[in-house]
Design a protein around this ligand. Structure first.
Ligand SMILES: [Zn+2]
Length: 258
């Protein structure tokens, strides 16, 4: 069994008219759980349709949140009440949130406000947070520390060991995407090897970043076993074992407060 902890299902181009085909691919690849990630509140209804396709073999849950790359005016208005209003029993996490100075560093203040607000909502709802960080190494750790965030995922991890260690010490989990399968990702692979296996998750970040051997194709959650294969080589395990371990880790993350 495999869990894809991060997929943008509403951005997939091929399956929107035939979502059942994806459900069949997931079953075929033994991917029994997918977390559908929200980047804007407007995506709620579209994601909900995917969540409703859940069946006994395939569980789809969702996150609720505003991505840090949204407009400044949107980020500055994010409130705890708005986030909690979207929180239902199929909501597994809050996000994706975080800081991204790569594309635009003129809205740091608004990104930090939104990030801290997501953390506060997640603490009230007792659900994990999904953290995106890009070109914002120190500020991301500063916000996580100052807001006492202890429950969540550093998604699509590409930072160094010191970053991972700090996040792990706070109680967070580290999620690897297809990037860890790329030949040139030697540094990231070295970091991955040093992490405790009981704190690692896997994700596709579909439709982006298709793992080897699917590079160049549109990524989809049924490719998450290939991320497991990349980690399996690093840890001396089979892909199935990595799938089991990371699925158990996700269970642990979701039940951390219960
Ligand atoms: Zn994402």
């Amino acid at each position: 069994m495999f869990t894809d902890t991060h997929a943008h299902l509403t951005y997939l181009s091929v399956y929107q008219n035939n979502p059942q085909a994806l459900i069949e691919h997931l079953k075929h690849m033994n991917v029994n759980r997918v977390m559908a990630i929200m980047c804007h509140f407007d995506e709620f209804d579209g994601i909900k349709k995917w969540v409703e396709l859940s069946n006994d073999d395939t569980h789809i849950g969702m996150s609720v949140g505003m991505h840090p790359c949204q407009d400044k005016s949107i980020l500055q208005r994010v409130s705890i009440d708005d986030l909690l209003a979207l929180n239902g029993d199929k909501t597994w996490a809050f996000g994706e949130t975080g800081l991204d100075y790569y594309w635009d560093d003129t809205k740091k203040h608004e990104q930090k406000h939104s990030f801290a607000t997501h953390i506060h909502a997640s603490q009230i709802a007792k659900k994990p947070i999904i953290v995106h960080t890009r070109s914002a190494y120190h500020d991301t750790l500063d916000v996580l520390k100052s807001e006492k965030c202890e429950h969540g995922i550093i998604h699509c991890f590409t930072e160094d060991y010191a970053f991972a260690k700090t996040a792990l010490d706070m109680g967070l989990y580290i999620s690897f995407s297809g990037i860890v399968s790329f030949k040139k990702s030697v540094d990231l692979q070295e970091v991955a090897k040093k992490l405790p296996l009981d704190r690692i998750l896997i994700e596709t970040d579909s439709p982006y970043l298709a793992p080897v051997p699917k590079r160049g194709k549109e990524n989809e959650p049924s490719f998450v076993p290939y991320v497991a294969t990349a980690l399996a080589g690093l840890f001396g395990k089979t892909a199935e074992q990595i799938g089991q371990i990371t699925s158990q880790n996700f269970d642990n993350l979701l039940s951390q407060y219960h």
